[in-house]
Design a protein around this ligand. Structure first.
Ligand code: MTE
Length: 316
């Protein structure tokens, strides 16, 4: 994503693997330099044990796809979570730093019922459901993931947004001890993302607290992350500590950093290429062949009406 190589290869020549290898090479040099510069110490993780275990009373959901699941190993070892490192394997290796108890999520801004929730309370806010969703990364790879979570709309309703609440901004934990990648200025920390209110209220939009029936692993955004399956994966912000109701379109990390490459809406759209590679196809992790990317990641029937009348080439 970040990964700007000055001598960029023509987008027509890029395959995800080449992309990945270029990126890896680039990050190896830049992150080594950054590490040396900032003196980041990734050693000595905190001793506190991570909470883990099975989640009880998880219902199946009609919103699930019946496609073949990616394995737990794939889902937990091929991650984008820059706060835990920029290579795909880094978040799993550095997951031990991210202690997730105690943890609170502040709901604030344009709401009648502002409140700071303890994570235990938040997890019990609504019945937990298994949602098997496709996740399409902007880097043109995809996975099928059995999330466990509940609709974001349940939290929004409890907050009672005022008439001024038009968007929601989400904020990731900012704590370089627990997210040591934040010691390196790869992006402006904390990571932030945003949704329009109708997107936030859509029944497909969930807050996830688990996957494969178990508590969410740190590398996947524990203890609570957003999942918006019709948008590129970067909208699905991890390890959330703030949910802020606002009147204007809020800042979103990738959009802020490279607006010509990452729009605010970020709906999966095979007709709008990334300036440096095609978005018409993708590689499902675990497969060699390329698949055609579907409009709205295959969720068009449910979400296209949210964008009727909008030029999706302009509002990418
Ligand atoms: N959230 C935070 N805080 N930091 C990140 O680097 N990466 C995003 C998104 N959420 C990211 C994040 C990107 S680019 C993707 S594709 C998904 O998380 C990946 O989620 P996964 O690792 O659980 O598959």
């Amino acid at each position: 994503m970040l990964i700007k190589k000055p001598a960029d290869i023509k987008s027509s020549e890029i395959t995800p693997r080449e992309l990945y290898l270029n990126r890896r090479q680039f990050m190896l040099s830049t992150s080594a330099a950054a590490l040396a510069f900032t003196g980041v110490n990734f050693a000595n993780p905190p001793a506190q044990a991570q909470s883990a275990g099975k989640l009880a009373n998880v219902k199946k959901s009609n919103f699930s796809t019946s496609e073949k699941l990616n394995s737990l190993k794939e889902i937990t070892n091929y991650n984008n979570f820059y706060e835990l490192g920029t290579d795909k394997e880094d978040p799993a290796a550095n997951a031990k730093y991210l202690t997730t108890r105690p943890w609170t999520v502040a709901v604030e801004g344009e709401v009648k019922k502002a409140k700071t929730y303890d994570i235990e309370e938040l997890t019990k806010l609504a019945p937990l459901e298994e949602r098997i969703y496709r996740l399409r990364c902007v880097e043109a790879w995809s996975m099928v993931i059995p999330w466990v979570g509940f609709p974001l709309s349940a939290l929004v309703k409890l907050a009672e947004p005022t008439g001024n609440a038009k968007f929601i901004q989400f904020v990731t934990l900012h704590d370089p001890k627990r997210l040591p990648g934040q010691k390196i200025p790869t992006m402006e920390w904390p990571y932030v993302e945003g949704l329009r209110m109708d997107e936030a209220m859509h029944p497909l939009t969930i807050l996830s607290v688990g996957l494969y029936g178990e508590v969410l692993p740190a590398q996947n955004g524990a203890p609570i992350r957003l999942v918006v399956p019709w948008k590129y994966g970067f909208k699905s912000i991890k390890s959330i500590v703030k949910v802020r109701f606002v009147d204007k379109q809020p800042a979103a990390s990738w959009n802020m950093m490279q607006p010509q490459e990452y729009g605010f809406y970020s709906n999966v759209n095979p007709e709008v290429d990334h300036p440096r590679w095609t978005q018409a196809t993708e590689r499902r992790i675990g497969e060699l062949r390329r698949r055609k990317t579907l409009m709205f990641n295959g969720y068009g029937e449910q979400v296209a009406s949210l964008y009727s009348g909008m030029d999706l080439k302009k509002f990418y």
